[in-house]
Ligand binder design. Structure first.
Ligand SMILES: [Zn+2]
Length: 275
């Protein structure tokens, strides 16, 4: 999956030391990131590419293999001659994998910082905590932490069959599993039951946790579950969310050659008889 970068080591402890010459610099334009992408291989701008006067105002993001990643508050447009803005979605299958993970994670943090300049309550400028990744309003004392929205992916099974679906009105046209965001006031298991009922009108039992995945494309932390059908197999489709949903016999499940997403790993695990 996208976060599986072993033996590379992702360290997200908040240790805001100044950038070194070989630190990677993250510059974004919404969901685009500034990189070199030669032969499908990613390179980030280095701190040594920037004038020293820009390096003093930085935001530390994280490290991979002890190389730090930083946002600069200002930079000269001359950097745009050497590097290009690329939509983060287009990097899903680039190399090396740990830099793809770095890029996607950095874009999520960049946009969180960009959208949290001022306090949402009183309008005062937020200050950066020195000890943790937290923004703080000196006026009304509100603390802001990075936005991470929990969501579920559910593999619903019945006898030898798995339920696959396709989203309505999205660019992503491949088969997927039932998915949805947690609502305030419910447990993540309750999210599973509610989303399944809302999207396909089915009851489920024996809800079993599988794995999780940080999905920074949508500020999400995904929780994968398998669940058994409880009762009738007749599907009632929510056509606002899904264009189709269908039971597939294990042997007939279509599998995509994709090692990025938890959805695909779960579909493959069921097909291979591991569930
Ligand atoms: Zn405030």
């Amino acid at each position: 999956m996208i976060q599986d970068i072993y033996p590379n080591h992702f360290a997200n402890e908040y240790t805001p030391t100044p950038p070194l010459p070989d630190s990677n610099i993250i510059i974004c334009r919404n969901k685009e990131i500034l990189i070199k992408n030669n032969n499908n291989t990613i390179n980030f701008p280095k701190a040594s590419d920037f004038d020293k006067k820009f390096l003093s105002e930085y935001i530390y993001l994280f490290s991979i293999n002890k190389t730090g990643y930083y946002i600069l508050r200002n930079y000269s447009d001359s950097i745009l001659k050497e590097y290009n803005f690329v939509y983060i979605e287009k990097l899903r299958h680039s190399n090396p994998k740990h830099l793809v993970f770095a890029a996607v994670t950095a874009v999520q943090l960049y946009n969180w910082y960009k959208n949290r300049i001022y306090c949402g309550s009183c309008g005062e400028k937020l200050t950066h905590s020195k000890s943790e990744r937290m923004l703080f309003c000196p006026n009304c004392k509100i603390a802001e932490y990075p936005k991470i929205s929990p969501a579920v992916i559910v593999g619903i099974h019945y006898k030898n069959k798995l339920l696959l679906s396709k989203y309505a009105g999205r660019e992503y046209k491949k088969f997927a599993l039932i998915a949805g965001f947690a609502e305030i006031g419910e447990t993540i298991e309750e999210t599973v039951s509610r989303e399944v009922m809302e999207e396909v009108g089915l009851k489920v039992k024996n809800i079993t946790y599988y794995k999780s995945q940080p999905w920074s494309f949508t500020d999400t932390l995904l929780f994968g579950f398998f669940a058994e059908l409880d009762g009738a197999e007749q599907i009632t489709l929510d056509k606002n969310e899904l264009s189709m949903a269908q039971w597939f016999e294990r042997e007939e499940i279509p599998v995509e050659p994709d090692d990025v997403s938890l959805t695909n790993e779960m579909i493959t695990a069921f097909k291979n008889g591991n569930i």
